[in-house]
Write a protein that binds this ligand. Structure first.
Ligand code: ADP
Ligand code: ZN
Ligand code: MG
Length: 486
């Protein structure tokens, strides 16, 4: 019998900050511009050019630190990390050294019951988060064997978040990464675009016998640009390392890459080939000093944090955890929901509309909530009309919503113009019920003989005859009365 093994996982995440300008120069920080159009002597690394630290980037790093409950270091510094690559024009990257501006902190995730038993939420710590500049981007055209370098990204501000090795399964890694992604997006410090490289993850993983305290040899899987790849790459590595150990072989400490097409990790470089970056303090920048007033100012502007918002949706509207999380798919979506819930006074129904009809329309059109072309107050009015019983849900979905989206006026106007209001007159409803009941004596006989489920058939017939304008609840009540007398 072999000893059972457990996985130890720690993630390193590069978060591109949404500042207006780059970290050490006034060049615009933007994606997708004409190659090399957003450059200057500083980010091109021309001799004599001097860096000046971007205060907005510092405030964003502080916001992150405060949001994860980290310690903000009053004094930290920048270093030069030397290596040679065409997309690194200075020949070094400016990054924070042994002391980062953000130290510690953590994010809560639901623990994976498969590896922890029924333990409930766990706090996964951050070791640190430091400021650094991004490198440029190179691309290769193999048909002409030409290489291209675009330095628009050189000098873009990054926060590198180093997660503690507290994660125990690929599921936990994915949950933590999603919580971190949600946090930086809702803090407004990152656009969160994984395809454009605004949020990039390296995953470290090792195995050890269950019960051991020392860690095993770790492998780092580089550049995982989707949550799914993180999970898949880690699952693959856990099996690969487990097989090696089961055969009595050892795991080599190395960097590996994820081949998404093949569904496997591949060795890139070994520890022996690891570079010596010859770090030394950046002589052109003073130490980074953060005073308590600045920390307080950033704290005062923090928005409601995503985890708090999820809990609020759960307790105020009785939503399930996954529903609340789905409403936080983007700040705009969550803000829209908040307005609909408040204006309609119907949080539960508002959530159903957002996750049902509204999401369906957005998917069909392939647009975000910003481009729905319907004010949240207008949707709230529709929800209110249903809650009041003026129209039923089917009419609201099938007739009023499309008309609202087509710009045919407010919900109340559409209901009035198309004559969609439910019949409120009890006499009229009873009349319809009596007509249907007398048309189906056989069904009535069967109901009296005990087949109560056939009532649904009669209700359906009445609703059909009423052209969708009858309130099913009232029809049910009226039917019970008529049947009791027949
Ligand atoms: P380095 O300085 O080489 O980058 P760090 O100690 O900073 O190494 O760790 C980098 C990342 O690796 C962190 O996210 C950490 O949680 C993770 N890590 C460290 N040791 C292990 C291990 N034995 N198994 C899995 N992950 C680990
Ligand atoms: Zn520049
Ligand atoms: Mg590291």
């Amino acid at each position: 019998m072999t000893t059972p093994l457990e996985a130890i996982i720690g993630l390193e995440v590069h978060v591109q900050l949404r500042t207006r300008s780059k970290l050490f120069c006034a060049c615009r920080n933007a994606y997708g511009a004409l190659p090399n159009s957003l450059t200057c002597p500083v980010c091109l690394g021309l001799p004599g050019a001097l860096p000046v630290l971007n205060a907005e980037a510092v405030r964003m790093a502080l916001a992150l630190g405060l949001a994860v409950g980290a310690e903000i270091r009053p004094r930290s510094a920048f270093y030069r990390k030397q290596y040679f690559y065409p997309d690194l024009p200075k020949g070094y990257q400016i990054t924070q050294g042994p002391v980062a501006v953000v130290e510690g902190g953590g994010l809560e995730i639901p623990g994976d019951p498969l590896v922890r038993g029924a333990e409930g939420p766990v706090r996964i710590r951050l070791e640190r988060a430091h400021l650094e500049e991004d490198a440029g981007k190179s691309s290769h055209d193999w048909s002409t064997t030409a290489s291209f370098v675009d330095l628009n990204r050189a000098g873009v501000p990054l926060v590198e978040i180093v997660g503690a090795p507290d994660l125990r399964s690929p599921q936990e890694a994915s949950d933590w990464l999603k919580a971190l992604h949600r946090l930086v997006v809702f803090l407004g410090i990152c656009d969160g675009n994984l395809e454009e490289g605004s949020f990039r993850c390296d995953a470290n993983v090792s195995l050890r016998p269950v019960g051991a305290t020392a860690f095993g040899t770790r492998v780092e899987v580089k550049n995982l640009n989707s949550f799914r790849f993180v999970k898949q790459a880690l699952a693959f590595e856990i099996v690969r390392q487990g097989d090696l150990l089961a055969r009595g072989e050892s795991v080599a400490q190395e960097t590996r890459g994820w081949d998404a097409a093949a569904g496997e990790t591949r060795a890139q470089r070994t520890k022996e080939a690891a570079m010596d970056y010859r770090y030394f303090p950046e002589p052109d920048l003073p130490p980074l000093e953060v005073d308590p007033a600045e920390v307080a100012a950033v704290r005062a502007t923090l928005p409601e944090l995503p985890e708090a918002r999820i809990q609020r949706y759960r307790s105020a509207y009785g939503l399930a955890e996954d529903e609340a999380r789905a409403l936080l798919q983007s700040p705009a979506f969550a803000d829209y929901f908040d307005t609909v819930a408040r204006a309609s006074g119907e949080g539960r129904q508002a959530a159903n509309w957002m996750l049902g009809e509204v999401s369906r329309v957005l998917n069909e059109r392939g647009v975000g909530i910003e481009n729905l072309g319907l004010a949240p107050e207008a949707l709230a009015e529709l929800i209110h009309l249903v809650a009041q019983g003026t129209i039923n849900l089917g009419t609201a979905r099938e007739t009023v919503l499309p008309a609202l989206l087509a710009g045919e006026g407010s919900a109340a106007e559409i209901v009035a113009r198309k004559g969609l209001a439910q019949v409120a007159d009890a006499g009229a409803i009873a009349e319809q019920v009596r007509t249907v009941v007398s048309a189906h004596p056989d069904v009535v006989a069967q109901i009296h003989a005990g087949r109560a489920n056939l009532k649904g058939f009669l209700v359906g017939q009445v609703l059909k005859a009423g052209g969708g304008r009858l309130d099913p609840r009232r029809v049910n009540e009226a039917l019970d009365e008529v049947l009791a007398k027949s």
